[in-house]
Design a protein. Structure first.
Length: 164
């Protein structure tokens, strides 16, 4: 199984509990050979990270191999069109600002790739199905039958062990 990581998974880890200077093993583990084909993300996430600052930006630009960032394919584009149709359906009653934000986000491309390739999305976002002002990753995943998970259970499933 391949896990597709959302930008918040990287950003919160770097900022809150696995700062690259404190836990370099975590960052090496994410892109190491044992995790190749098990952990990935999309170019839109790379771009969002690159717009930040600090060690995470350097890691994403200079350390992560290109193969980590799954390219947009014709299947991804077809899945993106399905997501767009779903998000803009008047029956969902999302506010226009929420739709615009979603369609312009890396979340949109992350979910499209997961849908196209049958991958699991890993995110820190929490479902909010009643929200009309924000389209949340877990809610879109649920609507399309895409597996969605929080990071720490995924780390455990993948056998993350940080040692000194």
């Amino acid at each position: 199984m391949t896990y597709l990581f959302d930008s918040n998974t990287f950003m919160e880890a770097a900022r809150l509990y696995y700062h690259p200077e404190v836990a370099p093993g975590f960052w090496a583990w994410l892109i190491g050979d044992p995790m190749r084909d098990r952990i990935a993300s999309v170019p839109a996430v790379q771009e969002e990270i690159a717009n930040g600052e600090g060690e995470l930006v350097d890691w994403a630009r200079n350390t992560v191999p290109d193969c980590f960032w799954r390219p947009v394919t014709p299947d991804t584009l077809r899945a993106a069109a399905e997501l767009s149709t779903w998000a803009t359906d008047p029956a969902r009653a999302y506010k226009q600002a929420a739709i615009d934000e979603f369609l312009d986000s890396c979340d949109y491309w992350l979910i499209a790739e997961a849908h196209a390739a049958g991958l699991t999305v890993v995110t820190r976002e929490v479902s909010a199905p009643e929200s009309r002002s924000r389209i949340k990753i877990p809610d879109v995943c649920r609507a399309f039958g895409i597996d969605c998970a929080q990071p720490f259970p995924v780390y455990q499933r993948l056998g993350l062990r940080l040692q000194q």
